[in-house]
Design a protein around this ligand. Structure first.
Ligand SMILES: *Cc1c(COP(=O)(O)O)cnc(C)c1O
Length: 415
């Protein structure tokens, strides 16, 4: 055996012993409320396809038409000869939907975070992250070379303290002209990166308060609406739109792979931001343009959201969210339903226990994945239940009943 295989098997054994081993499950059906997994039909409560658009006839039709007209692949990067009509249509639709000057499409949300953050900050700058931001943002921050500071989740007091200390050194007397220069000679930048809806907890950022802080201290704000777009606010325009603060956020990003039912990522912002990213975002420049079908599908999803069907789907989703939070006795703020996310975590703590719960549910016909380290901290394992507009409230009621019995210990979650 090669040393590679031997060493990797040692590590895999360790991963298994910690209850952290993962494996792929082959799905033989489209995304939907019911999936075929390894010969079984399961009620699917794990998809981020929040509006059920991934298999929507109009979205599929748009993808098929794009394949027929533009082919399967884009053939080159956007800056060479891969900038196809469907990409431009998508970017126009995104900017209009988010009410920004411009938008830029990337091949994934992950590539969006990496390309954008690394283009905007570098050594000598500071990037401030919420403790629970997505791995793509953490990786981007590390790659950027900027100094990384992490605040406890949604902690405004900690953010204010950090901004106070970072800006104090920014205007230190060693540069009499004002701001101290970074390695490239320009003003030191401070970029705060948060999510509007946190992907594993489903809670919202105190966006308005964070905006007030970043404005007071002269920092920039990037908001990842991966789980907010298509879910929150009027017509699913996201939290920034719901709170009417869109024009006070420097960088809005998100994915096309969740509520928009396709694949890819985007940034929305000013024309200068987009022009700059076209010139500087390496994951945009050095990567083949997204498949035309994916771009066209996302554009069709944005169109659906703005048709009569959008509000209908959103209100089905919101009714399911209400049904779930009521049954699980989660805090219901009584606030307008447009501010509730489609992610419902059921915290169990222990990794092995979470996996046992998930296995038991699967035997009952429900797919609700256990989320463990490294996706969440050790000892914070959970079931992550996601709702989509395509779910049947009666099936959801059955799942909630089963969950309550499991939690009450009436059923031994078997390993
Ligand atoms: C899913 C997700 C991403 C990554 O988007 P992909 O298009 O799946 O690469 C980025 N940020 C957050 C918060 C996400 O949940």
């Amino acid at each position: 055996m090669s040393t590679l295989d031997w060493e990797l098997q040692q590590e895999l054994a360790q991963i298994r012993s910690e209850g952290l081993h993962r494996a792929l499950h082959c799905i033989d059906s489209p995304q939907g409320p019911r999936i075929e997994m390894e010969g079984r039909s399961l009620e699917n409560f794990s998809s981020n396809d929040y509006l059920g658009l991934a298999s929507h006839p109009a979205v599929k039709e748009a993808a098929i038409r794009a394949v027929e007209r533009f082919g399967a692949g884009s053939g080159a990067s956007r800056l060479v000869c891969g900038s196809l009509r469907p990409h431009h249509d998508l970017e126009d639709a995104l900017a209009a939907f988010k009410n920004t000057q411009a938008a830029l499409a990337f091949s994934s949300g992950y590539a969006t975070a990496v390309g954008t953050i690394c283009a905007l900050v570098s050594r000598g700058d500071t990037i401030i992250l919420d403790k629970l931001v997505h791995a793509s943002i953490v990786d981007a921050a590390r790659l950027s070379g900027a100094a990384i500071r992490v605040i406890p989740h949604n902690n405004l007091a900690a953010l204010e303290r950090l901004l106070t200390s970072v800006t104090r050194s920014r205007t230190a007397p060693r540069s009499p002209g004002g701001d101290s220069p970074n390695t490239s000679g320009r003003r030191q930048r401070i970029l705060i990166v948060i999510e509007s809806v946190y992907s594993m907890d489903g809670d919202l950022a105190p966006l308005r308060e964070i905006i007030e802080l970043k404005e007071r201290f002269g920092a920039w704000l990037m908001v990842d609406e991966a789980h907010g777009t298509g879910v929150l606010g009027e017509g699913g325009r996201g939290l920034a739109d719901l709170l009417r603060v869109s024009d006070r956020i420097e960088i809005q990003m998100g994915t096309l792979g969740k509520a928009l039912g396709s694949a890819g990522g985007y940034v929305c912002g000013t024309s200068s931001l987009i022009e700059f990213l076209i010139n500087r975002a390496r994951s945009f420049i050095f990567s083949t343009a997204p498949a035309p079908a994916a771009a066209a599908a996302a554009t069709a999803a944005l169109g659906l959201l703005q048709s009569a069907e959008g509000p209908r789907r959103l209100s089905s989703l919101r009714a399911l969210i209400r049904q779930t939070t009521l049954a699980l006795n989660k805090e219901t703020t009584g606030e307008a339903a447009p501010g509730a996310s489609a992610i419902v975590p059921i915290l169990l703590g222990d990794e092995t226990r979470a996996v046992a719960f998930s296995d038991t549910l699967r035997r009952c016909g429900f797919f609700v994945p256990a989320i463990r380290y490294p996706t969440v901290s050790r000892g914070r394992a959970r079931l992550r239940l996601t709702l989509t507009a395509a779910h049947d409230p009666r099936v959801l009621a059955l799942l909630l009943e089963t969950l309550q019995q499991l939690q009450a210990g009436r059923w031994e979650a078997s390993q």
